[in-house]
Design a protein around this ligand. Structure first.
Ligand SMILES: NC(=O)c1ccc[n+]([C@@H]2O[C@H](COP(=O)([O-])OP(=O)(O)OC[C@H]3O[C@@H](n4cnc5c(N)ncnc54)[C@H](OP(=O)(O)O)[C@@H]3O)[C@@H](O)[C@H]2O)c1
Length: 212
């Protein structure tokens, strides 16, 4: 398929999503957004980060997508609309109080080493899964410790949440449809409350997992 046609079809689709959800018109979304919308930084604007960021931007949150190549985020910006901007990883962390990590698991130690202090005090929502075929020995280590606990220890100075890892991104493309359950686990209740708010903002149902 012609790539320009594909791009414009995607933009049309997300434009339609924006029209439906626009400014948080759906009740589940509108109810939870305060007068000052949260700033959300997305590390890894792929399937998961891109989908969540678009939904939250359409719901009225301020979103900064980040990439190691931020100049390649034009399409996603067009789809996300006026509440979204793009930057590098450091800029997204500085921009937001809530950061979403949506990268291959093997990138987590590197991101922790490089950005650990910038992330200090922020709420970090980790959507990553660990697979040995992709992430190597680290995945086995993480599974032995419990993936959520392993990641929480990599980012010890954050309010850490694991969420969105159990659902295929395609189920959330146009929102969870009101009945998609999203399990979340958090290190503290304030972070858990933010997870609940942001899960509801994807039109999904938060389900509390084990505490971290
Ligand atoms: N796809 C799903 O349905 C799904 C569902 C649940 C959980 N997950 C998990 O969620 C995570 C993301 O999955 P995905 O499907 O969204 O992957 P993806 O589409 O491949 O996107 C991953 C993003 O990570 C970024 N990235 C890679 N290495 C990085 C690094 N060292 N530092 C910073 N950014 C880096 C890449 O961005 P740049 O190259 O632009 O920097 C890329 O856009 C994975 O751990 C996956 O297992 C996926």
């Amino acid at each position: 398929m012609d790539s320009r046609f594909q791009l414009s079809r995607r933009a049309l689709f997300w434009g339609a999503v924006a029209a439906v959800t626009g400014s948080g018109i759906r009740s589940g979304i509108a109810a939870d957004i305060s007068a000052t919308p949260r700033h959300i930084g997305i590390i890894g604007a792929g399937q998961v980060g891109g989908t969540l960021g678009r939904l939250w931007a359409h719901a009225g949150y301020q979103v900064m997508f980040s990439s190691r190549h931020p100049d390649q985020l034009q399409l996603i910006l067009a789809e996300a609309g006026p509440n979204a901007q793009a930057g590098n990883v450091a800029q997204a962390i500085a921009f937001a109080d809530v950061i979403v990590l949506a990268v291959p698991y093997k990138a987590e130690p590197e991101i922790a080493a490089q950005y650990g202090s910038a992330l200090s005090g922020k709420t970090l929502i980790d959507a990553d899964n660990a697979y040995a075929f992709r992430d190597g020995a680290l995945a086995n280590e993480a599974h032995a410790a419990g993936v959520a606990r392993y990641s929480a220890h990599l980012f010890p100075h954050t309010h850490f949440v694991r969420a969105f890892n159990s659902v295929n991104a395609s189920r959330l493309t146009d929102g969870g449809g009101g009945n998609t359950e999203i399990v979340y686990s958090a290190t503290d209740s304030a972070a858990g409350a933010i997870a609940v708010e942001l899960i509801k903002a994807t039109d999904s149902v938060p389900v509390r997992g084990h505490d971290l």
